[in-house]
Design a protein. Structure first.
Ligand code: ZN
Ligand code: ZN
Length: 433
């Protein structure tokens, strides 16, 4: 083969290579319009969020499931919010007394148990609510309108923890309860202020009593129950001195729902206390035409002036609050009735009732014989003291402790204060004779 031919062949091969190469690149450009490419287009969109449904609007917590794994990192932070169990707070209508059932998840707690005649009604209420087991029975203090039905509850329902205040009494209702607790081989304790407890996914903080008191009402155990963003405060019958101590103990007292202290009595719900709680709702538990005149005008005025929505068992019966950890709903609209209670006496115990009303109003008690007519305050009645020969204390006849006293220890006298002290008697710390 000549050199020229060889050269031509090489040129030929080169030209053919160039031609083939150009054909290949054409093929590529044709392919770029093939359906396969649409996959590529789709892939290029995959960099956008997978779930365009998730907007910046907060999602209802009820729709959030715990297994959200494919949410982009930059999703709304609200999506991490916890879903809370349903909590229900039942302010049971027990007449002149207190009893509140709190259900959260599968756990339940009862705060107070009304008067002795309400024990069965409370048990039936618990049964209807399918409560056969209480995690806590909290008896705020030892007065009959709070521990009255407790013995019946203790004897019939399984209870994990019983809390009572340290103020003991020597009346039949109190001793009967202690006997029942002993019979069940249980014990009771007084939780310290600051103690934290749980009920379902709710947290309970003990806020009272902050010290020892002469008055059983001030000795009340107080708690705040916080469930997500919702909160409820209970202080039993704590009066102003105990409220002052609660305010000064430095705990966060803000609460949406305030179970009005001492049945709406003017001896509780002081302004300083309400300032700290700043409630949206107040619940008053009392009886229509009760002997104390609860709720008192002054307390209702405070609530009204503060724009607090009012609920009252004397006018509305049992009141139920529902908390989902974000909002609180009620089974009924707030009360439109802002009428204070009027003191109504029953025939058989008119004497005691008038004296109790006087004690409530911090006035001198009326004379024993003239009990049905409230005398002028200027007309200072002759004072008759009542002795407890067991505890060696003397009381005004109007003092609650007199009702709680055993008959065998009770003695009415007309002696002067000095004469009694000379005989070794000490004035009652509650009625302060
Ligand atoms: Zn009470
Ligand atoms: Zn009380």
């Amino acid at each position: 083969m000549s050199r020229k031919n060889s050269f031509n062949i090489i040129i030929c091969i080169l030209l053919m290579s160039i031609f083939i190469a150009s054909c290949d690149s054409n093929t590529d450009s044709v392919r770029s319009f093939s359906p396969d490419i649409t996959e590529g287009e789709s892939n290029s969109e995959s960099e956008a969020p997978i779930e365009p449904v998730i907007t910046n609007e907060p999602m209802p917590t009820s729709q959030i499931t715990p297994q959200i794994t494919d949410i982009p990192d930059d999703a709304d932070p609200h999506i991490d919010e916890v879903e809370y169990e349903q909590m229900e707070v039942h302010f049971i209508d027990v007449g002149e007394g207190d009893s509140t059932l709190i259900k959260c998840g599968n756990e339940a707690m009862l705060i107070d148990a009304g008067t002795p005649d309400k024990g069965t009604a409370i048990r039936l209420y618990l049964k209807k609510q399918e409560i056969g087991h209480l995690k806590y029975l909290l008896l705020t203090h030892s007065d009959k309108d709070h521990i009255g039905g407790a013995a019946s509850v203790v004897s019939n329902i399984k209870i994990d923890n019983i809390f009572m205040c340290r103020y003991e009494k020597d009346n039949d209702v109190y001793l009967n309860l202690i006997n029942e607790i002993n019979y069940k081989n249980m014990t009771w304790t007084t939780p310290d202020v600051g103690t934290e407890l749980t009920l379902g996914d709710a947290n309970i903080t003990v806020i009272a009593p902050n010290r020892e008191y002469d008055n059983p009402n001030d000795s009340s155990i107080g708690v705040i129950i916080r469930h997500g963003e919702d909160s409820f405060i209970f202080t039993g019958d704590a009066e102003t001195p105990a409220e002052e101590d609660i305010v000064n103990n430095g705990l966060d007292l803000t609460a949406d729902v305030y179970k009005a202290g001492h049945h709406g009595s003017r001896t509780a719900s002081s302004d300083a206390f309400l300032d700290k709680i700043n409630p949206e709702y107040a619940i008053i538990s009392c009886e229509t035409d009760n002997k104390y005149g609860h709720p008192h005008f002054e307390v209702l005025e405070k609530f009204k002036n503060r724009g607090i929505k009012l609920y009252r068992t004397d006018k509305q019966g049992t009141i139920i609050a529902y908390s989902d950890g974000k909002d609180i709903a009620f089974n009924i609209d707030p009360s439109e009735d802002w009428e204070p209670g009027t003191i109504v006496e029953s025939d058989e115990s008119a004497s005691t009732q008038v004296k109790e009303a006087f004690a409530e109003a911090s006035l001198a008690p009326p004379e024993e014989t003239d009990s049905r007519i409230i005398p002028e305050v200027e007309d200072k009645p002759e004072i008759t003291y009542v002795l407890n020969t067991n505890t060696k204390k003397f009381h005004y006849p109007s003092c609650d402790s007199v009702n709680d006293m055993k008959e065998k220890n009770k003695q009415e006298v007309t002696l002067s204060r000095d004469e009694l002290i000379e005989q070794g008697y000490k004035p009652c710390g509650r009625c302060k004779p």
